[in-house]
Design a binder for this molecule. Sequence first.
Ligand SMILES: [Zn+2]
Ligand SMILES: [Zn+2]
Length: 269
Amino acid sequence: MYWTDYHMHTNCSSDSRATLEQQAEAAYRAGIAELCVTDHWNLLDQQANPLPHHYDWAISMANWRRARERFTGRVEIRLGIEVGNGVLDSAAVDRSLELPELDFVIGSLHNQSAAAGGRGIFTVARGCKTRADCVALLEDYMDTLDALTDTAGFDVLGHIIYPLRYLPPQYELDLKPWWDRLAHMLQKVIRSGRGIELNTTQGETVEQWSGLLRLYRDLGGEILTLGSDAHRPQVVGAAIPQAGALAQAAGFRYIAAYRRRTPTFIKLD
Ligand SMILES: [Zn+2]
Ligand SMILES: [Zn+2]
């Protein structure tokens, strides 16, 4: 199987220290044939401070060109980006994505809406003291995700289950109460020729995707990328074959890879 890992970070992300070459070497050892580097470009930090509404491609591009050359014949390396909170300034996002070499864009939400305070979901979720706090965070997340699906600046919607990673486990929350809203968002994604990702959270979340994958497939969704979200070499490619098996069980026959913002399909076998 030609396995792909379409979500991973390097030292061009503030929360990773790995070089692209270390990540690519790890991918090769993990049996990943194609890797797409998707460093963070967040428009807000965890404390709701604004970050530049422009992405400087110079270093990412230089790293990508060098690594791609060095790994020719071992790992195919594609150039992507993970845009966090692009909904805040979709025109600026579109301008920074006008790069001919760019293969792939993940659209993610890492923060609350401005109305709710704009702080990082990671921070807010871990600080939730009651079930009602958790539900309020998820409500706000759904509103912002819905707005994000109306913007142009992404190819796949990133880690839809993101807040569940960090909410206190004792409340046993899932996204079922928002199923109709999610169906509406997924329909918009499908109609616009885009997709979603199954993000394994460095190998820790695979089964949690089962219901959402089936919903997406039942609605006619076909474009699905697999990503580990690895921030360090030890977890590049983590649980990618398991993610592929789960996708197959949910009715997917292909996984997607991207060439210059256009999906290509790899048969699951
Ligand atoms: Zn993310
Ligand atoms: Zn990420």
